[in-house]
Design a protein around this ligand. Structure first.
Ligand code: HEC
Length: 181
């Protein structure tokens, strides 16, 4: 009896230990899968961060378009319609006389806040169009606009090309079609 009892008991402990091992491995499996899904969510949030900068870019682009394009339009042809030099020309001129990105941004903001003939860098333009009229821009907007002008190819916003490719299929066909544009 006693002997049988201890045998049964040791069998029981072996079984319990096995069960424990199974439970532990199941738990760790679940934990690992949880971690795995966490990793997946992290990588899923990356495009959202990119979208945020896109939204910022879009905001600056719209500010630029709404405040400056009325006169500095990129679509007007170099003849009758044009009432101010194209922003691409202004960018080139201002890059020539400033050294850093900050200098450039500062110079554009300073000009747009208070355009005065004696501060103009584009004498030819002042002759042709008369000095840019003073307007009530927000300094905060001007900062965003000037940064946008510096950071982007302003004839065609560079994020727009990438955005377009992404929206209209980055694989195969889409890319080949883009090249023709
Ligand atoms: C109502 C028309 C008009 C609007 C709107 C306008 N500009 Fe101008 N801008 C001009 C004209 C005209 C000139 C060319 C004469 C001159 O240089 O002052 C000019 C010239 C400039 C120059 C060159 C100045 C120089 O050194 O000679 C800068 C920089 C400039 N604009 C920035 C801006 C920015 C930035 C905006 C938008 C926030 C803007 N402009 C909106 C009319 C405008």
């Amino acid at each position: 009896m006693d002997d049988n009892g201890t045998k049964k008991n040791s069998l029981k402990t072996i079984l319990v230990m096995r069960l424990n091992i199974i439970i532990i491995s199941l738990l760790s499996f679940i934990l690992i899968s949880c971690n795995h899904t966490k990793e997946m969510t992290v990588s899923k949030t990356e495009p959202i961060a990119i979208n945020e900068t896109k939204i910022e870019q879009t905001e600056s682009y719209l500010l630029f378009k709404n405040n400056c394009y009325a006169c500095h339009s990129v679509t007007s042809k170099w003849h009758d319609e044009i009432i101010a030099p194209p922003m691409a020309a202004i960018k080139r001129r201002y890059q020539m006389s400033t050294e850093t990105r900050n200098d450039f941004i500062e110079a554009i903001v300073k000009w747009a806040k208070d355009p005065k003939e004696e501060n103009a860098l584009m004498y030819g333009a002042v002759q042709q169009f008369k000095v840019m009229p003073k307007q009530a821009f927000y300094e905060e907007d001007l900062l965003k606009i000037a940064t946008y002008i510096y950071d982007n190819d302003i004839e065609q916003p560079d994020w727009f090309g990438a955005h377009f490719k992404e929206q209209h299929g980055g694989k195969g066909m889409g890319k080949r079609r883009m090249r023709g544009m």
